[in-house]
Design a protein around this ligand. Structure first.
Ligand SMILES: NC(=O)C1=CN([C@@H]2O[C@H](COP(=O)(O)OP(=O)(O)OC[C@H]3O[C@@H](n4cnc5c(N)ncnc54)[C@H](O)[C@@H]3O)[C@@H](O)[C@H]2O)C=CC1
Ligand SMILES: O=C(O)C1=N[C@H](C(=O)O)C[C@H](O)C1
Length: 234
């Protein structure tokens, strides 16, 4: 499979190595605007770029009938538009705030825990994410996914960075040198705390999940999530 890498930074370079190890080749290594680039040689595009470029990259691929997966975070205001365009063009698109298989298992745990905890209103829930100093967006896309899962499975109605109202989930975003990505969901009462935590030890897991998702979407049409990919792995 020939892969167009939209974004060739920290993630793009690791994805290149993982993809080659799995027998694929890289047709494009793109680090700037793709609108005038011929992508016809590629079988699939993997977008790990920057928040302000992701939507244009995704639109360009959808309009060219090039299946595209995106891991770029911080562009989700335009997500619904990408979904509508993909449906209108009968193309293929998958966004995941986190491609790591471990984080997607953690997402399942988070949904289950939110349901279990909801009747116990003496526990307050909060989310903490820690990432490296170069990260452009806050809170992380993964923290937003965790918050949305809790909202769907509890009485919480929204989330806020730092200061949340009673009916909202507070998210704390910390930036520390060389942290690939750590997420904690905690429920605290006066007498105790319950926590679930995912710690990425490197970026390998994100990259492997992205290549697996790209292999999976290659011959499909539609809008997908990592849940669709994982259903077919087990
Ligand atoms: N979903 C997931 O599993 C993960 C998501 N991420 C997200 O992926 C994105 C990229 O992360 P990193 O590789 O660490 O960032 P990075 O800053 O190392 O790389 C970004 C790359 O995008 C390029 N770029 C800039 N404008 C572009 C354009 N118009 N089109 C294509 N490329 C362009 C830059 O030249 C650079 O090569 C971030 O949004 C990050 O939050 C990161 C890790 C895992
Ligand atoms: O920017 C990163 O590095 C990461 N971004 C993603 C996010 O915003 O959740 C995923 C991962 O945590 C690494």
């Amino acid at each position: 499979m020939k892969i167009a890498l939209l974004g060739y930074g920290r993630m793009g370079k690791i994805i290149e190595r993982v993809a080659i190890e799995r027998g694929h080749s890289i047709s494009h290594k793109i680090t700037e605007n793709i609108e005038n680039i011929d992508l016809s040689e590629a079988d699939v595009a993997i977008d790990f770029s920057i928040p302000k470029a992701a939507f244009t990259n995704i639109k360009t691929c959808i309009k060219s009938q090039l299946p595209v997966i995106s891991g770029t975070t911080g562009w989700l205001d335009n997500y619904e538009q990408a979904v509508k365009l993909c449906e209108a063009e009968n193309s293929a698109f998958l966004y995941a705030s986190n491609f790591s298989i471990g984080v997607n298992l953690f997402f399942d745990l988070n949904e289950k825990l939110a349901k279990i905890m909801d009747p116990f209103q003496n526990y307050s829930v909060e989310i903490e994410e820690i990432h490296h100093l170069q990260k452009l967006d806050a809170p992380s896309g993964t923290a937003i996914s965790l918050a949305q899962q809790i909202i769907t499975n509890s009485r919480k109605e929204g989330w806020q960075l730092d200061h949340a109202e009673e009916n909202e989930i507070p998210i704390t975003a910390k930036r520390e040198e060389n942290v690939p990505g750590t997420h904690t969901v905690s429920y605290t009462s006066e007498v105790d705390s319950i926590e679930i935590k995912h710690t990425a030890h490197s970026r390998e897991g994100f990259a492997l999940g992205a290549v697996i998702a790209a292999e999976w979407i290659k011959d499909k049409k539609g809008v997908f999530s990592m849940k669709d990919v994982l259903q077919n792995l087990t």
